[in-house]
Write a protein that binds this ligand. Structure first.
Ligand code: A2P
Length: 344
């Protein structure tokens, strides 16, 4: 079977990587449709060795699309994802628009792939990048030792904010190094040479929405609403790769050796944990441009009888967004989703 695949937001930071991962993993495609706003319609973008024309989403007829990967912001998903689904496409949506709806599965390919089969609205949600990279690490620990509580501080790169956020870090860095004044646009305050403990909107409880996503999504993906999650989400002046300082409290004690053994065989996880300079993952040295979630600094928490510390790093654009979306599409292929056009 070959599929007509649409990438909505194809010119964006995530969309561009969706195209390259589809090509790299030789996804069975009969036709690739690149969609974006009227701003970039008419331009061409790379798809493997080919170039494809970017078309205007607003004027596109989705009736022949089999699978649509959406990463063009929440408002675009809200308006167009139901239209694509009504036209019979399976939508894999990277925005937060549908993630918390009971009739929309929220899927991390290594963790809860079966959830993707039950999609009454024809929409499958791709988790937020910070939750995504935590799940392949926490799921095996939760299954064997039972996680009661997660304390997590994130160190999130600017690429999670899209192309304009990356441009702002680059521009501010250059301006500050040449003694010019900077003017924050995309971020609320200066991001170059700074840290910002504010991602997405503040909620009535004082947490930000980015932080609450970690709570809601962890519980939904692990299928356990009793897991307590206490997050602090911070934007850092790194281009690619999110890092997370994670402390978990388990029902049953897990030792460092047990954690290393478990994570050493966990799908999509790579342990990098040597007690020497550089013997731990960082966004630049390990994660950027790579598929796995890297885990290091594994320590038993000496302040708690059943506590464990972890340092978790992944490429937020790849595993955190584009790669997992493509992996969900691969689940559809494995399930034998019938393409609309035969013989493609
Ligand atoms: P465009 O390049 O035409 O603006 P990023 O997350 O890097 O900012 O990228 C956002 C992506 O979503 C881009 O591909 C952008 O296309 C696309 N996009 C944003 N708004 C719309 C819209 N209203 N309709 C279609 N695509 C949109």
């Amino acid at each position: 079977n070959k599929y007509k695949v649409a990438v909505v937001g194809a010119t964006g930071a995530v969309g561009e990587v969706m195209l390259s991962i589809l090509a790299e993993r030789k996804f069975p495609i009969s036709e690739l449709v690149a969609l974006a706003s009227e701003r970039s319609a008419g331009s061409h973008i790379d798809f493997g060795d080919d170039e494809v024309l970017v078309q205007d989403l607003a004027n596109f007829d989705p009736s022949s699309v089999d699978i649509a990967l959406f990463s063009a912001g929440g408002a675009t998903s809200k308006e167009y994802a139901p239209k694509f689904a009504a036209a019979g496409a399976v939508v894999i949506d990277n925005s937060s628009t549908f993630r918390y709806d009971d009739d929309v599965p929220l899927v991390v390919s290594e963790v809860n792939p079966d959830a993707a089969k039950n999609r009454p609205r024809g929409i499958i949600a791709n988790p937020n990048c910070s939750t995504m990279q935590l799940m392949p690490v926490l799921a095996p620990i939760h299954r064997e030792y039972g996680i009661e509580r997660v304390n997590v501080a994130t160190y999130q790169s600017v690429s999670g904010g899209g192309r304009s956020a990356m441009e702002e870090l680059g521009r501010q860095t250059a301006e500050l190094l040449s003694f010019q004044d900077i003017e924050p646009k995309k971020f609320p305050v200066q991001i170059a040479f700074n840290l910002i403990p504010h991602i997405d909107e503040f909620q009535p409880n004082g947490y930000t929405k980015e932080e609450m996503k970690l709570v809601w999504e962890t519980q939904k993906i692990l299928g356990d609403s009793t897991i307590q999650v206490n997050p602090t989400a911070v934007r850092v002046p790194v281009f690619f790769g999110h890092s997370e300082a994670v402390n978990i409290e388990t029902k049953h004690k897990i030792t460092v050796e047990q954690a290393r053994a478990l994570l050493g065989k966990a799908a999509g996880v790579e342990v990098v944990d040597e007690h020497k300079a550089g013997g731990y993952p960082t966004p630049v040295t390990h994660a950027s441009g790579k598929d796995p979630v890297f885990v290091g600094r594994i320590r038993e928490d000496f302040s708690h009888p059943r506590g464990l510390n972890l340092w978790v790093v992944a490429d937020n654009i790849r595993k955190g967004a584009a790669l997992n979306a493509v992996q969900i599409a691969e689940l559809l292929v494995a399930e034998g989703l019938p393409p609309k056009a035969t013989g493609g």
